[in-house]
Design a protein around this ligand. Structure first.
Ligand SMILES: Cc1cc2nc3c(=O)[nH]c(=O)nc-3n(C[C@H](O)[C@H](O)[C@H](O)COP(=O)(O)OP(=O)(O)OC[C@H]3O[C@@H](n4cnc5c(N)ncnc54)[C@H](O)[C@@H]3O)c2cc1C
Length: 385
């Protein structure tokens, strides 16, 4: 096997901590959380106590100033364990970086330390019933009124929506504009005018709460604006490489785990006087999947390293997300087949992983949007020739 060379011994020590945390605090309870449709708040505070949240945030704001590879380890290990409930990556590696990079001193000191302890859980509200891909045309409005913004509208599919204390909300502050009318606003969920709708029933990722959110004449101080008014779309663009890389890390790690489960099952399962692993069909199919996942592992590791050095661009990250999530679904489908009827039973991790994987070609930017980003970067080059 091609050795992985991107992690230091310190990273690997952190991985040991993460694995112990998952073995004791996550895996034994995940099936119950799937039934509840969310994880308990105590999981967040336990993760906070162990220093697993917001590790990249500066120490002055409760983080550890650690490099992105520490985050990647937590993301990898959660994906390997099939633990879709603890959405720490959304909290620590998607929302927190916006605060770190664009928050005022007051916003950072108020929120980041409590996010790092797990006392505050955050969510990101961009998608609306009228559309998730086309963020420029969102309808939720935040209209300035003196020293406040008045927010009216609706979000949907919001991960952590049911449990969040703080929302980072994409709103139109100037409805006459497209991208330049979008602003990012921090909204506390105990504000009058905020209500949560249904905890949506999903076909996978069942232990994470995914919700509808409603805003009716909700007032926030103008100081809750993140960055500049009208600068929200540009702010969102700054994190695209990291967001897509996170999905790619999850995808390739989940694929590796599914292959391991399937190999273990195939050597045990007996039929026709031999094991499932003895059939040439099994051997060739698993060999084929292994080779493809291995190639993607090298690609993802390279992208992780580039990202840790601040050099990964959004187009390469889109390519990485596109191919890894496509392969993830193929791996889950083909691996599930080897489990026969058991593969269709929820009690088997491969069944859950199959359902979970379907989301990855939709969430965090759809496969089609990834293709659009990649094509936009390719075509001008060809046209110039
Ligand atoms: C489990 C889950 C969790 C989620 N969590 C969050 C969250 O925390 N916060 C949040 O804001 N959103 C979240 N989402 C929403 C997710 O980001 C959107 O579902 C996604 O962006 C697609 O938006 P949409 O569902 O409105 O589909 P649409 O945007 O309506 O797309 C419908 C179809 O049109 C295609 N399409 C769109 N644009 C193009 C194009 N340019 N060219 C060709 N085809 C195109 C899409 O690929 C798709 O196939 C989550 C979704 C899921 C399923």
């Amino acid at each position: 096997m091609i050795p992985r060379t991107i992690f230091t011994p310190e990273h690997e020590a952190f991985r040991d901590t993460v694995r112990r945390f998952i073995e004791t605090e996550v895996t034994p309870h995940h099936a119950d959380w799937e039934k509840a449709g969310q994880v308990p708040r105590s999981l967040w505070t336990k993760a906070g106590e162990l220093g697993l949240l917001c590790v990249n945030a500066p120490e002055a704001y409760g983080g550890q100033g650690a490099d992105f590879l520490y985050s990647a380890i937590l993301i990898e290990e959660m994906a390997r364990a099939g633990a879709t409930g603890p959405t720490f990556y959304l909290h620590s590696d998607i929302v927190a970086p916006y605060l770190v990079d664009f928050g005022t001193e007051a916003q950072k000191s108020k929120w980041l330390p409590r996010m790092a302890t797990g006392e505050v859980v955050v969510a990101l509200g961009m998608s609306e019933p009228s559309g998730g891909s086309d963020v420029q045309n969102i309808r939720t409005q935040a209209i300035r009124d003196g020293d406040e913004y008045v927010i009216n509208g609706q979000k949907v599919f919001t991960t952590n929506g049911h449990s969040a204390d703080l929302l980072l909300l994409a709103c139109k502050t100037d409805p006459t504009q497209k991208a330049k009318g979008v602003s990012m606003i921090l909204v506390e969920t105990d504000s009058p005018g905020f209500s949560r709708g249904r905890k949506l029933e999903k076909i996978g990722c069942k232990a994470q709460d995914t919700s509808e959110l409603f805003f009716s004449d909700l007032r926030v101080p103008a100081s809750n604006l993140l960055g500049t008014e009208g600068g929200g779309f540009a702010i969102l663009m700054t994190q695209l490489a990291q967001e897509r890389l996170i999905q790619a890390i999850r995808a390739v790690s989940a694929s590796e785990a599914a292959l391991e489960w399937t190999l273990a099952y195939a050597v045990e399962r007996k039929m026709f006087g031999q094991t499932l692993a003895d059939f040439q069909n099994t051997r060739f199919s698993l060999a084929n999947l292994h080779a493809q996942v291995l190639a993607q592992r090298v690609f993802v590791d390279r992208c992780m390293l580039l990202h840790a050095e601040g050099k990964l661009d959004a187009v390469d990250a889109a390519s990485c997300k596109l191919v890894t999530t496509d392969l993830q679904f193929k791996v889950m489908d083909e691996c599930l087949q080897f489990f026969g009827g058991w593969g269709y039973m929820w009690e088997y991790p491969i069944a859950r992983a199959f359902a979970d994987a379907r989301m990855c070609r939709i969430g965090g930017g759809t496969a089609e949007v990834m293709k659009q980003i990649i094509a936009n970067s390719l075509l001008p080059r060809v046209r110039k020739v």
